[in-house]
Ligand binder design. Structure first.
Ligand code: GTP
Ligand code: MG
Length: 393
């Protein structure tokens, strides 16, 4: 029985070796890192929750302390992140000195998001460190997120329709002027320290707002526009997948499958022959085991062989990725990466579906598995193409 993981292991030793190579690949993978800078209670965690769909408990438990003032949250986890958030703590309670954070993260943070509450006027403690952060890398984009808009219209619902123009410093049109004045004051205070602003109000559902993610689309669009193109893709893929999956985007499988697909694409794009096929196969094996654990399903060798065989047949399994490459009409590194991405994406969703069906008491037939694999392969290729095309715009 052919087992891609065993073959790879025989060639190159152990789980440690895989971890080492994964770390090498992760260092090259275009994982965006967003640096959240804001006073305590200004909405940093709310931004993370909105962008990832993760719960407060997951976010809280996933933060790793980095420096005196900061901690890092890798989504969905440290093992295979698709996006990272650097969260500053305690600003407003203590004087924040960004020197340590800059020493550690100046190179790796791609975008700074400054959160400030609409009616907060004591902003100097955030302006001072922001000046230092801006000076350290003036080309790194800074997004000013003005949060808790409703503080400017207490007791009322958010205005409908959305009253903001689409400028870099959005202003509300046709509503009472308090909010407009608050925003204008922030734009003046932070003048020269940000590239674009977004008014948002991200509220827990229990707070009773009819629109709990007020301005959320504006926030996402601004992040996509500001991030360097290479780092934009990952977020685009996540966004497009969410739209396509609807309710299922809450599923914890999505970021895991996406993370493995991106790592496979990175492996295939590295122009070193030894790295592509064996490592991609090892990544697939990891993905399958992760999904089995997530769905609380046992995974034995017989099942592994049975499904792999059902999906693509004995010869095609052996040749999996290489065969796939031939079917893709472009050549070169980009095609390798695209094929590896689609291959991992399709494998992930087929396995995930298999585990879900088994839990329901239905054993999928080989024909069903094959059909789904073909369908998901097309979707994966499409996702790669559209997110790359959009990222290059
Ligand atoms: N209504 C509303 N509530 C918000 C908004 N942003 C944050 N909050 C609420 O304000 C509280 C603090 O928000 P967090 O997102 O935890 O703030 P934080 O910046 O992460 O705070 P620290 O972790 O203490 O530094 C929470 O109860 C949020 O639900 C917003 O835009 N609108
Ligand atoms: Mg927080």
């Amino acid at each position: 029985m052919w087992n891609p993981f065993r073959k790879w292991r025989r060639g190159s030793s152990s789980e440690d070796e895989f971890r080492r190579r994964r770390a090498e690949l992760l260092a090259q993978a275009p994982i965006p890192c967003l640096w959240l800078l804001g006073k305590t209670g200004s909405g940093k965690t709310s931004v993370v929750r909105y962008l990832t769909g993760a719960s407060d408990a997951v976010i809280g438990g996933g933060f790793r302390p980095q420096t005196k003032f900061s901690r890092l949250f890798s989504f969905p986890d440290d093992e295979l992140p698709i996006v990272r958030f650097l969260d500053t703590r305690g600003i407003g309670e203590a004087r924040y000195d960004p020197t340590d954070d800059l020493a550690q993260f100046n190179e790796s943070a791609h975008l700074v998001i400054v959160t400030v509450r609409a009616t907060d006027q004591a902003t100097q403690e955030i302006i001072d460190p922001l000046q230092q952060v801006r000076r350290a890398n003036p080309r790194r984009p800074v997004l000013l997120a003005v949060t808790c808009l409703h503080d400017a219209y207490p007791g009322a619902q958010h205005p409908v329709p959305d009253p903001f123009d689409t400028g870099l410093r959005p202003r509300p049109v046709g509503i009472p002027d308090d909010l407009g004045r608050c925003l204008e004051a922030h734009y003046q205070r932070f003048d020269g320290l940000f590239d674009r602003a977004v008014p948002i109000d991200l509220t827990p559902v229990d707070d009773g707002f009819k629109a709990p993610d007020f301005g959320g689309d504006r926030l996402k669009q601004a992040i996509l526009d500001l991030l360097p193109a290479a780092y934009r893709q990952t977020l685009l893929q996540m966004d497009q997948l969410r739209a396509a999956l609807g309710e299922m985007h809450q599923s914890r499988s999505m970021p895991i499958i996406l993370g493995h697909s991106l790592l496979a694409a990175t492996a295939a794009a590295v122009p070193v022959p030894w790295i592509d096929l064996p490592v991609v196969m090892a990544i697939q094996s990891h993905l399958i085991h992760r999904l089995a654990r997530l769905n609380q399903q046992p995974l034995d060798k017989a099942t592994l062989a049975h499904i792999t065989l059902a999906i693509s047949g004995r010869v095609a399994v052996r040749m999996g990725l290489r065969e796939l490459l031939k079917l893709i009409p472009w050549v070169g590194i980009a095609a390798n990466a695209a094929a590896a991405f689609a291959f991992m994406y399709a494998s992930g969703w087929v396995w995930n579906w298999y585990f879900l069906e088994i839990r329901k008491g239905h054993v999928p037939t080989a024909e069903e598995l094959r059909k789904m694999y073909q369908r998901e392969l097309k979707k994966g290729a499409q996702l790669w193409r559209t997110s790359h095309a959009e990222a290059e715009l």
